[in-house]
Design a binder for this molecule. Structure first.
Ligand code: AKB
Length: 314
């Protein structure tokens, strides 16, 4: 992996992944693309609507890419608001990225999600290989995407790889339109207002991971010896299983007066209730050495420090 084209480079993961890849492989070896223009960033950038497969392939060819990381997607709550648009963007973009990889012989990465599971999936210690009957458009897209990535490997020999991300927490780019976003918002509000009204109900557990661990997981999987990969795509990865109260309790270790209240949003609560409480990441640990550095408390300490610095410089 040395010449990498990233789609969705201004998104929640893409904006940090771009910097990480530039650090590892060199600024000149990363081409960031997004549908929105980029401002004040180092490195190569091109405008790209991922539903335009011809342009995607031309950009990858001109850049002499050997890898494509397809990050552009509509998240779960937004996708429920506009299911047809979500299908066209999430599936159309993915097909274009897979075709680009197939035609140009590129290594390929795309994230799946805990959203690929549904209410009939085992909720606790959700296995790597299990029942997947999601009830959201986002989940339908993710399951179809996982299958397509496997298909492109078996049918065309494309070196496809991917993980199922849990909710990702970061102080850099706010997420947009996800179900797990409360776990980011809560830190901002803790510092700004000393209180937070959670749209996810008390006792609703979901998996989460701190962004530095998520970025390292992507690099480690892409660098892993292909011979060790039994699964290749959609590896369960997680760092913690938390509900809003657990995050609040962790915040109170730094801000003892922090108050958590509830103002539950039925749409996002319904999605959260259909997802696992905790997933089992042992296949990723076994096959490519997946591990995390940040527990809930370590993440909280870092989030609060970094957000304080960010607010001080705003
Ligand atoms: C979302 O909430 O939609 C995402 C995800 C878990 O895929 N963060």
């Amino acid at each position: 992996m040395k010449r990498i084209l990233i789609t969705g480079a201004l998104g929640q993961i893409g904006s940090e992944l771009t910097g990480k890849l530039q650090e590892i492989y060199g600024v000149e070896n990363v081409l960031a693309t997004d549908i929105r223009p980029i401002e004040n960033k180092d490195g190569n950038f091109a405008l790209l609507d991922v539903t335009d497969g011809e342009r995607m392939q031309q950009l990858a060819k001109d850049f002499n890419a050997d890898t494509i990381m397809h990050m552009a997607a509509l998240l779960s709550a937004k996708a429920e608001g506009n299911p047809l648009f979500a299908w066209n963007l999430n599936m159309g973009g993915l097909m274009n990225a897979l075709e680009t990889a197939r035609n140009l012989g590129l290594q390929f990465f795309t994230p799946s999600s805990i959203g690929a599971f549904g209410p009939s999936t085992p909720k606790i210690g959700t296995p790597q290989d299990t029942l997947q009957r999601p009830t959201t458009m986002y989940g339908v897209n993710k399951v179809a995407g996982e299958l397509l990535c496997d298909y492109y490997f078996h049918r065309f020999g494309v070196d496809t790889r991917g993980v199922r991300f849990p909710g990702l927490v970061s102080y850099v780019t706010p997420p947009g339109g996800g179900t797990t976003d409360y776990a980011v918002d809560i830190y901002y509000k803790a510092l700004e207002q000393g209180s937070y009204a959670s749209y996810i109900a008390q006792g609703t557990h979901m998996d989460m991971m701190y962004m530095p661990d998520a970025l390292q997981a992507i690099v480690d999987l892409m660098e892993a010896d292909a011979a060790q990969l039994e699964h290749r795509n959609a590896f369960n990865v997680t760092a913690m299983s938390v509900d809003p109260e657990a995050v609040a309790a962790s915040i109170r270790k730094h801000l003892p007066d922090f108050k958590l209240t509830y103002d539950v949003d039925p749409v996002r609560q319904g999605i959260a209730a259909s997802w696992p409480d905790s997933i089992d990441a042992s296949a990723a640990e076994r096959e490519w050495g997946f591990q995390v550095k940040y527990s809930l408390d370590a993440m909280t300490a870092d989030m609060l420090n970094k957000l304080r610095e960010k607010f001080a410089h705003a």
